[in-house]
Design a protein around this ligand. Structure first.
Ligand SMILES: [Zn+2]
Length: 849
């Protein structure tokens, strides 16, 4: 086995490939311990490339034979591939290698999951299948033959031929190797069909194990909704005769957009009423849409190199967010997306892992599949759309698709399409791609003689490797309200381009109340001295649903921070504001549930750190619990009628209306338990006919120390279902009190169903603990040691999942000296582990720097 020495790769070192691939023929003779892969690749010299030696990537391969134009050759094998003397012109490369999918626990390349063969090649897994120029700017036409006794044999593209024990597939669209896929297994299909706007009949299949066949209908519906939406909104139709989705239990990520053969983590595609929550349904629909949308943004137009990852991911996340908003409502979706940015991306920006949306260097590209590249990358697309308008955006996308179809493109290509289609100069905007960190806007205002002035200053704090920041081009949507709550200036897009700028509004009768950063128009932090009275005013009157919610959230944060500082009681005006929202039947239930949610514990810790204080996770937890109890007591008479009003009489549907009703009624159930000894929660647990209500009731009972019986009943009901069992593991840790969380997690790792090599199961325990802030950061440091022990154990088995989970330590700088020292020592212990993987080593080094 070859382990590549850690080496830093730089964007500035990009060199075009010396040879291009015209066509690839692959034959797989599948055997668990000794699969043979026979390749036949037609290479031509790249006239646009500088002179370079012929090199093919390859890792953990046993080379059986190699030939050029039919003549045997003996290449020089290195740790990362091979080099070989080649003819001046075009030539045919042939090789046979042996690999062992049954021993591949890293889940990159070709591996096995419950007797089924499957692949994961993004980013650099194909080099573990055969020798190849494994870089996204080499695109070839693939023909694949699979030989196996398994009944279902799948690869990319269209089926070409099949017989007993073999099948051939041909993909007419040139693609990079990271989009290669192969599946072989004992599977059954949920089948449907779709006719595209171009008149192409497409055969649709979701392939699963027989026991899961009743969990496919929702995913199939989501796929068809995605196909329609991409035609209607982007004018993009599907381009093959078949679209296959396969569900796999052992998978490092959510899903993968391989051309014509999407491979999904089973948790990201399988769904039914009794086993999936409303959040699962929404997530599954979004992931199916996301992978489908990649067919144009990622597959037909791919990335020149991995530094351009945001080109496909930022754009495709933006597309799936728009899709979800169109189907289920934009206001709630925007709030959910902003919460991801604030709770996770701003956190990444503020810590040692901060990096630009387009990084400039990496050791292991797997470590850059981050919330910054994905979600902040999507925010950049949204800002571009706001700046050029809807028509300009569509014109730019049409130009981008036309010009770059079949190519491997860059952020420069992307921005050039916008500039040429709309005439906008985006030179300054491009800094968003290169500059890490969250901009802070400091806002002040004044009013004189009918003129209102807003003064906005921007500043971005230093991040690792970037001490000095330049001003960004920031779209700031603003509206103005008068003191009666009437809107005197509707939403207006201000363009902030200087370090400090003043915007003027004339002809006003009185000083207005500003509503700033409407609809979260840019991923920035707004700092402004606002009284709690003004926040309460906006919570009641703002016409922008996002800012109305945000005013409530800011008010809640201020009130809870006051309680932490003073030890006092929950503010009466805040309770009145929440009561008004709760009983406002003109607001849809989903929005009321969002307004009722208090700031999370992480939210409060980040806010305290932002004020230069050292947060105490236990004090935050206890205060939030006290506030929740006091809110429950204060609203006791308001809850029953609202609860009655959101009951559902219709059959179950995983739609926005019912989902909103269930979300609100579960929020109310969590309040009721403070006064009814858990009777309502237990009754809901006992009678629930859907997972949303069953799991919520279990979680509420557990959080109040009254869930042991329900937890056992839940296990007895669901122990045969791997996906539901993941929830059972996670909820016990998430709901545990701080002093108990590590003990609960430790106990669960000893459970016979804790299959720790399965990434979903590992995350459901170790990830749930790092997500329980007060439990993970309990003062005794046991959480740090527990997580470090498990990451050290997982690293040699699955480096990619280990490296992602190390990021749980990235809040280290926020805490007191004693906690920091304990986190530092746990990380150092990981770092000093002999034989640590390249993935984990890079992450730990960045966290400790
Ligand atoms: Zn993606």
């Amino acid at each position: 086995m070859n382990i590549a020495a850690p080496q830093t790769i730089y964007l500035s070192d990009y060199m075009a490939p010396g040879w291009l691939v015209e066509s690839v023929h692959l034959t797989f003779k599948l055997v668990p311990e000794s699969t043979r892969v026979i390749s036949r690749i037609a290479f031509t010299p790249n006239p646009d490339a500088p002179p370079q030696p012929f090199m093919l990537h390859g890792e953990e391969l046993k080379l059986i034979s190699a030939a050029i134009d039919g003549v045997a050759v003996s290449p020089d094998l290195t740790a990362t591939g091979l080099t070989c003397a080649v003819p001046d012109g075009a030539f045919i490369w042939e090789a046979e290698v042996e690999i062992a999918p049954a021993k591949n626990t890293a889940l990159e390349g070709l591996y096995m999951s419950n007797g089924m063969y499957c692949t994961q090649c993004e980013a650099e897994g194909f080099r573990k299948i055969t020798y190849y120029p494994d870089r996204p700017d080499v695109m070839g036409v693939f023909t694949v033959r699979i030989e196996s006794d398994l009944p279902v044999l799948l690869s990319n593209g269209n089926p070409a031929a099949a017989g007993a024990g073999w099948a051939e597939w041909h993909d007419p669209w040139p693609k990079p190797a990271y989009l290669f896929a192969l599946v072989a297994g004992d599977l059954v299909a949920h089948n449907d069909s779709f006719t595209t706007m171009e008149g192409r009949d497409v055969d649709l299949n979701i392939w699963v194990r027989a026991a899961d066949l009743d969990k496919c209908a929702f995913g199939m519906g989501a796929l068809k909704r995605s196909m329609v939406w991409d035609e209607q909104v982007y004018g993009r139709a599907y381009d093959l005769d078949v679209f296959n989705i396969v569900a796999v239990d052992d998978f490092n990520m959510g899903a993968m957009e391989n051309k014509g053969l999407n491979i999904f983590n089973s948790s990201a595609v399988l769904a039914k009423q009794s086993t999936s929550t409303d959040a699962d349904f929404q997530r599954i629909e979004a992931i199916i849409a996301h992978e489908y949308f990649h067919n144009w943004t990622g597959n037909r137009i791919t990335c020149r190199d991995w530094f351009q990852l945001c080109l496909k991911e930022g754009l495709t996340v933006f597309r799936d967010q728009s899709f979800t908003g169109d189907l289920h409502g934009h206001a709630v979706k925007r709030i959910e997306d902003a919460l991801v940015m604030r709770n996770r991306q701003f956190q990444e920006d503020a810590g040692p892992l901060a990096h630009p949306v387009r990084p400039e260097s990496f050791v292991e590209i797997n470590n850059f599949y981050t919330v910054t590249v994905y979600e902040k990358g999507a925010e950049l697309v949204g800002m571009l759309k706001r700046l050029v308008g809807d028509d300009g955006y569509r014109a730019a996308l049409d130009l981008y698709f036309t010009r770059h179809d079949g190519q491997a493109a860059t952020i420069e290509d992307w921005l050039t399409a916008f500039t040429e289609a709309t005439g906008r100069d985006l030179t300054q905007f491009k800094r968003w791609y290169a500059q890490a960190g969250t901009p802070r806007l400091t806002v002040t205002d004044d009013f004189k003689n009918g003129t209102y002035r807003l003064h906005i200053a921007q500043q971005t704090l230093a991040t690792p490797g970037q001490p000095d920041k330049l001003p960004l081009h920031i779209p700031v949507a603003v509206g103005l309200l008068d003191i009666t709550g009437a809107e005197v200036v509707p939403t207006t897009l201000l363009e902030l381009t200087e370090a400090q700028q003043t915007f003027t509004f004339d002809g006003l009768a009185s000083k207005p109340v500003p509503s700033i950063l409407r609809n979260f128009s840019a991923p920035v932090i707004v700092e402004r001295d606002v009284t709690q009275a003004e926040q309460a005013f906006l919570l009641t009157h703002d016409t922008d649903p996002f800012n109305r919610w945000d005013a409530g959230r800011s008010l809640g944060q201020a009130v809870l921070l006051d309680m932490i500082a003073s030890g006092g009681d929950l503010d009466a005006a805040y309770i009145d504001g929440l009561r008004a929202a709760l009983t406002d039947s003109t607001l849809d239930p989903a929005m009321r549930a969002l307004l009722l949610a208090m700031p999370s514990e992480a939210d409060l810790a980040i806010a305290l750190a932002g004020q230069g204080q050292i947060p105490d996770p236990d004090a935050i937890h206890q205060t939030r619990r006290k506030a929740h109890r006091q809110l429950a007591m204060a609203l006791a008479n308001d809850i029953p009628p609202v609860l009655a009003s959101v009951q559902i009489d219709a059959p179950f549907a995983p739609d926005a209306d019912q989902g909103g009703r269930r979300a609100l009624s579960n929020s109310l159930l969590a309040l009721l338990i403070w006064s009814d000894n858990g009777n309502a929660a237990q009754a809901q647990f006992d009678s629930a006919d859907n997972m949303t209500q069953q799991l919520a009731a279990l979680s509420i009972l557990l959080a109040h120390g009254a869930g042991d019986t329900a937890a056992q009943a839940f296990y007895d009901q669901w122990h045969h279902d791997r996906l539901v069992l993941n929830k059972w593991f996670a909820v016990q840790i998430s709901a545990a009190q701080p002093q108990d969380a590590v003990a609960v997690a430790t106990h669960l790792t000893q459970h016979p169903n804790f299959e720790w090599k399965n990434p979903n199961r590992f995350r459901s325990v170790i990830g749930a603990l790092t997500g329980n802030q007060a439990g993970f950061h309990h003062a005794d440091g046991a959480g740090y040691d527990f997580v470090a022990d498990w990451l050290i154990k997982l690293d040699p088995v699955n480096p990619q999942t280990t490296a992602r989970m190390v990021a749980g330590f990235d809040s280290m700088r926020r805490w007191d000296d004693a906690r920091r020292a304990k986190m530092h020592s746990a990380l150092t212990r990981i770092k000093d582990t002999p034989g640590l993987s390249r993935d984990t080593s890079e992450m730990v080094t960045r966290l400790l720097s």
